[in-house]
Design a protein around this ligand. Structure first.
Ligand SMILES: *Cc1c(COP(=O)(O)O)cnc(C)c1O
Length: 368
């Protein structure tokens, strides 16, 4: 067994000196939260980096997604994917809406746009799709369906920071996109998140929504919550943004090393590289097919024996969670169900040694 523990991810951090340098003036201003100067600066810099028109920062991605959906003023049913993190579905349900699960595509695990229309009823008000693993959804098809049926489109872009599709920043598609800056994501503010959108009027509304609905000294406009990003989070964001391109470049090396190692291994399905997508190399999902000698769970056990810890990301399907399973039949999304039973994400982070990647692949190849 190799001695060091290799986890699925490791948070990106600036040097301690860089962070201390960035937070030092907080001891003079004593302004720690409530849309401070670091918060404002981070919004500006992120808008530039993401090439987007408007951004609103939040204390975490889930709060951003919850408020993005709330802002759309929806009713009834929302078509979404069961192959995602719990947050996506919870944010829909917490808004009093009913999720309707659509199956996913076998190629890139995003929602199958060809199966959306058959799920639309007079009660459908929106589509909440996920750019899972940073893979762009069929944004054009989804846009056409939404236009035809007058639906809103909300993207959970938690995995898609810095992803480009046909030369466009992916977060600019749909009515609104949510980003997560959680410690485990490609870009982090420790905890954090954002909404990205084109409509200039929404900035003020989201501002109030994340600050108890307070709209002036003596006025509260709406029933808001506390969803603000604080100055220590924003400071981490400012530091990490300085290194993001280098981080993504390093991740790309790890990602391509996996591809190189695993591309001809029977029974292992690896991510597809597309010419029209510039990835952020956030995850390396593999799917264990019938041709392989072990099941997904057996292979995870073998890797664990070597101190390597991939994740069953995503398993189980959201519709199989205890809190949802009585209301849903996951066999109605058979591809999502099958992928959830076979998928794992391999360790991937900027500082992962290529020799470790080779070792992980050596074990996988050993059981082919
Ligand atoms: C991480 C994640 C979220 C939630 O983001 P947080 O910042 O952890 O609240 C939502 N959706 C997906 C797909 C995620 O991976």
């Amino acid at each position: 067994m190799q001695s060091k523990k290799i986890l699925v991810t490791q948070s990106s951090m600036p040097t301690l000196e860089e962070y201390i340098d960035e937070i030092k003036d907080l001891w003079e201003t004593k302004w720690l939260t409530n849309h401070g100067s670091k918060h404002t600066l981070l919004e500006e810099q992120l808008c530039q980096y993401l090439k987007c028109k408007n951004i609103s920062l939040f204390c975490n991605g889930h709060t951003a997604l919850f408020n993005a959906i709330k802002l759309m003023n929806l009713q009834g049913e929302v078509i979404t994917t069961p192959f995602t993190f719990a947050s996506t579905t919870h944010a829909i349900v917490q808004n009093g809406l009913k999720p309707v699960f659509c199956d996913i595509k076998e190629t890139d695990y995003t929602i199958d746009a060809d199966k959306i229309e058959e799920l639309i009823t007079p009660n459908t008000s929106a589509i909440v799709a996920v750019h899972v693993y940073g893979n762009p959804c069929d944004v054009e098809k989804i846009e056409n369906i939404a236009k035809k049926h007058h639906l809103k489109v909300i993207y959970d872009a938690a995995h898609a920071f810095g992803v480009y599709y046909k030369g466009n920043s992916l977060v600019n598609y749909g009515d609104i996109s949510m980003l997560s800056f959680h410690a485990t994501k490609v870009y982090n503010t420790i905890e954090g998140g954002a909404c990205v959108y084109n409509n200039d009027y929404w900035y003020q509304t989201l501002y109030e929504m994340k600050d108890f609905g307070i709209s002036g000294k003596d006025s509260v406009n709406l029933i808001g919550m506390n969803g603000k990003m604080n100055e220590f989070q924003a400071a981490m964001g400012l530091c990490n943004l300085k290194h993001i391109e280098e981080e993504i470049e390093k991740r790309k090396k790890v990602f391509m090393r996996y591809i190189e190692n695993l591309k001809n291994v029977d029974g292992i399905k690896i991510p597809i590289i597309r010419g029209d997508v510039q990835l952020n190399y956030s995850y390396f999902p593999i799917v264990i097919k019938d041709g392989y000698s072990l099941t997904r769970d057996e292979l995870i056990e073998k890797l664990n024996e070597e101190n390597i810890y991939p994740r069953k990301y995503f398993y189980p399907l959201v519709s199989d969670f205890a809190c949802y399973k009585n209301d849903y039949d996951s066999s109605k999304t058979p591809i999502a169900k099958d992928i959830a039973n076979r998928v794992m994400t391999l360790p991937l982070y900027a500082d992962l040694d290529l020799a470790d990647v080779d070792f992980i692949c050596h074990i996988i190849k050993n059981y082919k």
